[in-house]
Design a binder for this molecule. Structure first.
Ligand code: LLP
Length: 402
């Protein structure tokens, strides 16, 4: 790829996503589950760019949404309501209303109280709400604590006992229809054994419910598949992942729901930035670039590793910190990384940034959000314009006048 030309045309920083790589990953995952009825519901939170969603929708992907606006984004690109599900620990009344009005496939409930609220809304609307319950199987995902969600101490889902209470109530309620069960034990799992363990616990619940004449249709295994951020880090084997799930479902007639986010888009995205300055503070070398933690917060927030490449710098290699220009020391992309010496304007690639990159970006330090590009069938196109100062202040300006 001619990054210099891209920089000339779009300026830096910007994100670029390889849509063909996303497609390949989508089909590889689908293939692994082909022995069963299975539906991929892409988790929008990883990257919710409309052009990406449109491309996935055209591949027949479904969508896992965690806010009203994520549902609205999916609908905007033509996703069918029966391919949309709604997850999240804190859905508001307005959001539940919206989901129900739009006849989405099902809502993943995370508490008894949420069920009661949904029942009330459904009754007012005169509609039956299709529900699934997010079970917390108390399994250790062995990933970063901020993105581990399947332990008793985590805020997510309900215990098996509480789930049974919800199913028993819902199965008798006129305006609720239990159709599925859901779990998601964490993100960036390189070892999928804990997911298989969770599946087996949740499958036992499905069997118990069956004995009580509560028949479910969907077995939603969440997302969580990890990707290799560091060179030579092995990615999970999709076949083993699928087999681990399928083994628990023997004798059960259920459709599998998958909610991958990172796995589909993480490796396909790069944040392109330019070197502003190099400096040496005592014996510490810094490369200061024009992207910052507001554009990609993963290193600051999780101490996450992102591979960095300087395709046009050939100077001597030595350790350095790669940092942004934001006024806090937590604003960094890499620490003690061996990189060549650079000069002003050199292009830098921060790799594997397609997931939780732009979607977690902010206007901190009043910086404009960057633009996004897509590479598809050998062609590059703009899929989000760079924000302008006017865009950024529009909502405040209105109030200033008033
Ligand atoms: N389903 C549910 C209910 C989730 O909570 C999540 C992610 C997913 C699916 C998608 O998980 P994935 O396949 O992407 O692992 N910002 C963090 C990741 C947070 C994940 C939150 N939940 C990061 O940058 O690593």
């Amino acid at each position: 790829m001619d990054y210099k030309k891209l920089k000339q045309q779009y300026q830096t920083p910007f994100y670029i996503y390889d849509f063909d790589e996303v497609k390949q990953r989508f089909f590889a995952l689908k293939e692994a589950f082909k022995a069963r009825k299975a539906q991929i519901f892409y988790a929008l939170k990883a990257n919710s760019n409309l052009s990406l969603l449109k491309m996935l929708s055209e591949l027949d992907s479904g969508f896992d949404c965690v806010s009203k606006n994520e549902i609205a984004r999916a609908l905007k690109v033509g996703a069918k309501p029966y391919k949309i599900i709604f997850s999240g620990v804190g859905k508001s009344e307005d959001e539940l209303n919206f989901a129900l009005e739009n006849n989405i496939l099902y809502i993943n409930l995370e508490s008894y109280a949420e069920m009661l609220l949904l029942e009330k809304i459904a009754k007012n609307m005169g509609k039956k709400a299709r529900i699934s319950v997010r079970v917390n199987p108390n399994v250790d995902a062995k990933t970063h604590p901020y993105i581990s969600t399947g332990l008793k101490k985590d805020k997510f889902g309900v215990s098996i006992e509480e789930a049974k209470k919800i199913y028993l109530y819902a199965s008798k309620a006129e305006f609720l229809e239990p159709v599925g069960v859901h779990f998601h034990i964490g993100s960036q799992l390189l070892n999928t054994a804990p997911i298989a363990e969770a599946a087996s616990i949740v499958a036992n619940l499905v069997k118990e419910l069956k004995a009580l004449k509560i028949e479910l249709k969907f077995f939603d295994i969440g997302g969580g598949l990890g990707i290799s951020y560091e060179k030579n880090e092995p990615e999970p084997n999709l076949y083993d992942y699928a087999q681990g799930i399928l083994a628990s479902l023997k004798g059960l007639d259920l459709s599998i729901g998958l909610e991958p986010g990172r796995f589909l888009v993480g490796k396909a995205g790069v944040l392109i930035t330019s070197v502003l300055y190099e400096k040496q503070n005592e014996d510490k070398r810094f490369i200061i670039v024009d992207a910052a933690m507001n554009d990609l917060i993963r290193p600051s927030l999780y101490n996450a590793y992102h591979e960095i490449i300087l395709p046009y710098s050939s100077g001597e290699i030595s350790p350095c910190d790669v940092v942004g220009g934001i006024c806090e020391s937590g604003d960094f992309f890499a620490k003690d990384r061996a990189l060549p010496s650079t000069k002003q304007g050199d292009i830098m690639l921060i790799k594997n940034a397609g997931a939780y990159g732009f979607s977690m970006s902010s206007n901190y330090n009043s910086r404009n959000k960057v633009c996004e590009l897509a590479l598809e069938n050998g062609k590059i196109r703009l899929i989000r314009k760079r924000e302008s100062f006017e865009d950024q202040i529009a909502l405040e300006l209105e109030c200033l006048k008033g």
